[in-house]
Design a protein around this ligand. Sequence first.
Ligand SMILES: C[S@@+](CC[C@H](N)C(=O)[O-])C[C@H]1O[C@@H](n2cnc3c(N)ncnc32)[C@H](O)[C@@H]1O
Ligand code: SF4
Length: 390
Amino acid sequence: MFNESPRRKHRVIISTKLPNYGVRRKRRGIKPQKRIILMMEKNTYMINSFINFYRKLNLRNQRTLARILFALINMPVIRYVYHFIYLRHIKRRSKQFPKRLIIETCNYCNLKCVMCPYKAMTRAKSTMSMLLYRKIIDDAVSMGMTEVTISGYLEPLLDKFLIERIKYAKSKGLRVGFSSNGTLLLQNDHLGDILNSQLDWIAFSVDGATKETYEKIRIGARFEDVVDGVKTLIQEKKKMHLSTPEIHLNCCVQAKNYDEVNTQRRKFYEVFKGADVFEFGAVSTRGNEGERLPRGSDFETPTKIRKHIYPCYTIFNYIYCLPDGIVALCCIDYDGKFRLGDLNIQTIAEVWESNQYQIVRQKHMDGRGAEIEMCSNCKEFELSSFRWWQ
Ligand SMILES: C[S@@+](CC[C@H](N)C(=O)[O-])C[C@H]1O[C@@H](n2cnc3c(N)ncnc32)[C@H](O)[C@@H]1O
Ligand code: SF4
């Protein structure tokens, strides 16, 4: 999904920290190739500024720019240089232990959104026990992980332990956030609980800026409930002078809302005025359940040129855990078919170092990731030509 900040008040959260590589003199002894990589990394600030600029463009211009970039990195000589530098960078980055844990704390949802594979899920429905959750969080902290995201195929507001989970992860110093459809926000005490939980961010999925479009996609939801809920949250947060949670609005761009996003994007900013971040990302074929964009549309990822050359960013940088403690490949694996370990009986480090996980990562490192069936048709994977610079 793409962040964007159409006006200054819609912030885009991108780290602008520059790594410290020590004094110049020290660098003289470094090999030329390594120096180029360090230089590229030091330019993270420039790269992030460019990403910010990209996200402010409309879909058509984003698409054109992406095409130009893809064409550029595939020109004969540049292609070789880019490949060389980028792969070296990836190799270094891939040795680091992931910083982010994604936990699907339950797998219940109250909607049947058209593009979401939730309705096709065949695995058993359950809620993760607090005992297992605490064990996993402790484990993550001991491995130096810094972020936990409650996500997957669930509506987090249906998880009766949600607030307890947020507070526990916060007490361990983790950055915590979750994505919600927002339909239940004004029910029970959700709103007050969220505001008092020290949650870092919350993302609401709103796939339309009008009732008509939104309800065509989010089957079972009422547009007014979400708009009222989000607006009230924004007002209450302001009244309480809180800086968190950051409020994100995510729109999954697909055939049914494509025109609205492209021609009436301002409407999103007007309806959800006061939100911190707006993200518009293309639908993906999760388990081939996703509804494709119109053919040749401007928001399809321009990936024909160099498909599946670079290792997938997701599998190296996130660990994805299901309510029963099973570690699955990633969020594309909605039915938990690709099992990489079991956190009931293993530590996160043991799962990460397991043979199976290593084979998957090695295949990706060798440029053979597409041999894994689940990876062969995946949008996230396709985006890896740039993502490792993040
Ligand atoms: C699966 S939902 C779970 C959290 C919550 N129920 C919600 O709707 O935000 C997480 C995110 O995945 C997005 N999503 C669902 N199906 C998708 C697909 N086929 N392609 C891309 N994003 C998808 C949703 O729009 C949502 O922003
Ligand atoms: S996108 Fe979210 S709200 Fe919609 S069906 Fe999937 S899990 Fe439920």
